[in-house]
Design a protein around this ligand. Sequence first.
Ligand SMILES: Nc1ncnc2c1ncn2[C@@H]1O[C@H](COP(=O)(O)OP(=O)(O)OP(=O)(O)O)[C@@H](O)[C@H]1O
Ligand SMILES: O=C(O)C1=C[C@@H](O)[C@@H](O)[C@H](O)C1
Ligand SMILES: [Mg+2]
Length: 199
Amino acid sequence: MTEPQPSLPEQEIASARRVLGRRNLVFVGLMGAGKSAIGRIVAQMLDIPFVDSDHEIERVSRMSIPELFEAYGEAEFRALEARVIKRLLRTGPRVLSTGGGAFMNDATRATVLASGLSVWLKADLEVLWTRVSKRDSRPLLKTANPKQTLASLLEQRYPVYAEADVTVQSRDDPKETIAAEAIAAIARLDGERKKAPSQ
Ligand SMILES: Nc1ncnc2c1ncn2[C@@H]1O[C@H](COP(=O)(O)OP(=O)(O)OP(=O)(O)O)[C@@H](O)[C@H]1O
Ligand SMILES: O=C(O)C1=C[C@@H](O)[C@@H](O)[C@H](O)C1
Ligand SMILES: [Mg+2]
């Protein structure tokens, strides 16, 4: 079923597409922030393809992420993730939703910052916890105190996610609202770019 979409001003969509050019729009952020869910809607709104690096990794390896962690360990998973994202970033435009740890890899982050346009979906611990505690598909949270693990990841990672080009607050408002805010934030960069030469 297609979800109802708020009508975004055509001009805003055109601006966001212009800002993007042939780059990928890359969603980064912690598990549960909504990178996959919001990224998919943004791609529909901008009418460009969508890809999720976690799904792409599962497709090429023919294994689920928990199976990959189990069989090869986190380091191998990270190496595969970096290769997959590097390949995806070579062509665009598309929306690329990354796994929560992808932007923490120095090489991946450098490539995303150089060749993509990054959006950090930032969410509070309680929002993230409510969402991720519904499913046990995240290997990093298979600990004695998963909420504490999530809180530690938040502390470690937020200063790094903050390097993204744009930050959008993820919260329990409708997904379409968050998606529209992401597009508006990108569209605003068009105005900034145009103003730049006269400053
Ligand atoms: N604004 C929202 N309102 C309600 N539910 C939401 C919202 N955004 C995301 N969700 C839900 O939260 C859950 C986690 O979202 P999603 O899988 O997109 O997160 P993610 O950032 O891709 O996480 P991961 O890093 O684990 O892939 C999903 O069930 C999704 O539908
Ligand atoms: O935050 C992370 O490190 C992860 C997030 C997920 O998207 C998956 O990529 C995997 O579970 C690791
Ligand atoms: Mg995801």
